[in-house]
Design a protein around this ligand. Structure first.
Ligand SMILES: Cc1ncc(COP(=O)(O)O)c(C=O)c1O
Length: 416
């Protein structure tokens, strides 16, 4: 029984999962009535290392116990220094990335806003190229580059300065967004002026788990560099190992000019976000982009602990890639088995989607999974995709268990 709520009608996830969650441990959540759920949602990829990872929890408890600074705007603190050192030596250094690190505010959309602002300031241009199916956040700048019509309508004002082009595979791949952009920019009478930047997700999470091809991403980077357009990769949902490597763009062999990171950075569900950019793009004036919650020190503590725990070597990355193959095989089989209802199975690393012909069916499968103790969400233009994002730290048994529940849920929904 849920207590009467004064929470706004805008609430969403609690409508699909109408129980009161009380505890989380690893890949499991527990509700107030003692029911256990296997979590293949992982805080929309904010919990890549599971709930309350013991190493991160210990670091956080020790920090709080010694009265470590909790809030500090962007003052220097020992926690921030430790995080920046770890991020430099374990993430940027080994990948040869010469990036400056900006703390833009605690949420993903804060990172996107900073990226868009910086791109416009550096180039003196206004337009941002964005893709069909993109999701970049709910503040006005981010909404302007987001695809979803109902989310954009919520802005209540005109959202401008965006040029929208087809993402890789959009509408069956019949129109190449990159060729279109290139040819428009080549003709000074096309009506399209040189944009400041292109913003892209390597796998569109909210857009329905749409992975862009590696060649497509490399072609996009080449186009941007040839035409002097900044390339922003929004790695908020796919970064921090979700697809395997720390950054989801690594296998494409590209180096974005600007990168947005958030979600699993703290590894503990504590809000934290970064905007990374090439050193020569650092044209900010001191305080020009500000915000109260840029110094969330407990998040810095767990983020540094997560980097030490998971990114000292390539073990997690390799394991995620291997498990991706297991998901690919199991979901392809499931899609083949129910080809009348499932139109595609796609993903990379440990983010996968099953697309249904009838959007309602995806919701029914997610509900059937919930009834069996598995948390999965839906995404896509019509919420037609069941999206699977288990914690990267899940055991093999948990992954197999979740895939089994999913299979049962699909069978019970569509009929054997
Ligand atoms: C790719 C991407 N960008 C930006 C955001 C916005 O992040 P936040 O909800 O923390 O503002 C999200 C959130 O799902 C996302 O998936």
């Amino acid at each position: 029984m849920i207590a009467p709520t004064i929470e706004s009608e805008v609430r969403s996830y609690c409508r699909n999962w109408p129980v009161v969650f009380d505890q989380g441990r690893g890949s499991r959540m527990f509700d107030r009535d003692g029911r256990v759920y296997l979590d293949f949602f992982a805080g929309a990829s904010a919990l890549n290392y599971g709930h309350n990872h013991p190493v991160l929890k210990r670091a956080l408890l020790d920090y709080l116990e010694q009265d470590g600074v909790t809030h500090s705007l962007d003052m220097l603190t020992a926690a921030k220094e430790d995080f920046l050192t770890e991020f430099g030596t374990r993430v940027l250094g080994p990948r040869g990335l010469d990036y400056r690190v900006q703390f833009p505010g605690p949420t993903g959309t804060n990172s996107v806003e900073a990226a868009l602002k910086l791109a416009r300031k550096v180039t003196g241009r206004q337009t941002i190229v964005a893709f069909t199916g993109a999701f970049h956040g709910m503040s006005l700048g981010s909404l302007a580059v987001t695809g979803n019509a109902s989310k954009r309508a919520g802005a209540g004002v005109a959202l401008g300065h965006t040029l929208r082009i087809p993402y890789d595979g959009f509408s069956g791949g019949e129109v190449s967004g990159l060729k279109l952009l290139d040819s428009m920019l080549a003709d000074s009478s096309s009506g399209v002026d040189l944009p400041a930047a292109v913003i892209v997700e390597t796998v569109q999470g909210e857009g329905g788990v749409n992975p862009a091809g590696w060649t497509w991403l490399a072609d996009l980077a080449e186009l941007c560099s040839r035409r002097g357009i900044l390339l922003i990769v929004d790695d908020i949902q796919m970064g921090c190992g979700r697809t395997g490597p720390f950054f989801s763009f690594e296998a494409a062999g590209i180096t974005p000019d600007i990168v947005c990171l958030s979600k699993s950075l703290s590894g503990y569900g504590l809000p934290m976000s970064l905007t990374l950019f090439r050193t020569e793009l650092d044209v900010w004036q001191p305080g020009e982009h500000n915000g109260t919650f840029r110094g969330n020190n407990p998040a810095f503590v767990t983020a540094a602990a997560a980097l030490r725990e998971f990114w000292a070597d390539s073990t997690l990355e390799k394991r995620t890639e291997e498990r991706g193959l297991l998901f690919e095989q199991r979901l392809n089989d499931l899609a083949d088995q129910h080809a009348a209802h499932i139109t595609a199975s796609r993903g990379r690393g440990l983010v996968w989607g099953l697309a249904f012909r009838e959007p309602d069916m995806a919701r029914q499968v997610a509900d059937a999974a919930f009834a069996r103790g598995l948390l999965v969400e839906t995404s896509g233009s019509y919420d037609e995709v069941v999206k699977l994002m288990p914690a990267l730290t899940s055991t093999d048994e948990e992954l197999t268990e979740g895939l089994g529940i999913l299979q049962d849920s699909v069978t019970s929904t569509v009929g054997a």
